[in-house]
Design a protein around this ligand. Sequence first.
Ligand SMILES: *Cc1c(COP(=O)(O)O)cnc(C)c1O
Length: 368
Amino acid sequence: MTDAPQAVPTPKPGILDIAPYVGGKSRIEGVAEPMKLSSNENALGAGEKAREAYAAAAGHIHMYPDGRAARLRDAVAEHHGLEPERLIFGNGSDEVFALLNQCYLTPGDNIVTGQYGFLAYRISAKANQAEVKLAPEPGFKAEVDAILEQVDERTKLVYISSPSNPTGSYNTAEETRRLHQALPPHVLLVIDEAYAEFVAEPDWETSFPLARDSDNIVVTRTFSKIHGLGGLRIGFGYAPLKVAEAVDRIRLPFNVSVPGLEAAVAALGDEAHQKASRELVHAWRPRLTQAIKGFGFDVFPSAGNFVLVRFPDETRNAAAANDYLNSKGIIVRPVGGYGLPDCLRITVGTEDQNRAVIDALSEFAAQA
Ligand SMILES: *Cc1c(COP(=O)(O)O)cnc(C)c1O
């Protein structure tokens, strides 16, 4: 025997530097059915039509899915007025980000995103041995000039989400256009519109039209939020044809499942469920905001189906609030991983859930 260390399989450089993603927690010890308001899921669940399509899919789950997702492709193209061949489908929009990163990043390249930008963009960038450059967000929203300042000749992708998670802020159509205009043409601008359907602000616009006429914009959407299909993992990107064709070469051939495809087609046609989901958020987002502000905590303006609450007190801080909510069977999302340790993100829930949150935070605020 020698003292030489045994060779063991070793991940390529950088992999072990990636902090593992911690999702919203879903359990509280001793609570059978906690209120889960930690992952911005649809409080109404999936719609009736999607559930029926999902159940009906049981009859053909022995067959591989259509690798081109043709029916969903046509349905999405029709619904949003997009060219079907320019769509990329993924196992959630998370996979679309990962595919774009895999397609465009070589070691030493970088992506640029906002300081509080969604973590999914960063993880797969690092997996491709690229660097992540963060643009400061002093106003808790992506700033065009701060992003541009980070862009250099090794920048391959810029990611913004509008509305953004976890801050809830958004970029106006004007800001998004200005960002795109100022970017060098070799940089792919990814505009994540996961929460598009919840926006009510008149100066926001979808970037689908902007993307239509550009060679370097991808707009992503998801079935996880407004459609309530987070568990089925379906998202898509609307990309320049050349980008869609490049991604098609590397994606797994059957990356979206049979039940997922069927449920997504049905969900897209279920206008009533989309409307009810949107109206629930529009009714309760302002009420939650007002109530929580009334208890002396800060609530950021949100364009999504969640609110970000800041607990500025030393004692009545975010960790204590989180513990208190947990003790009432309510799970929310600590966002220390985003550099916001004094905040909690709370999904807008059903009426009962929202009232429970308000009651719990009222009691918490009244504590000495
Ligand atoms: C929830 C969310 C998504 C959706 O991710 P999926 O993989 O499609 O479930 C994308 N971007 C942001 C910012 C989100 O919060």
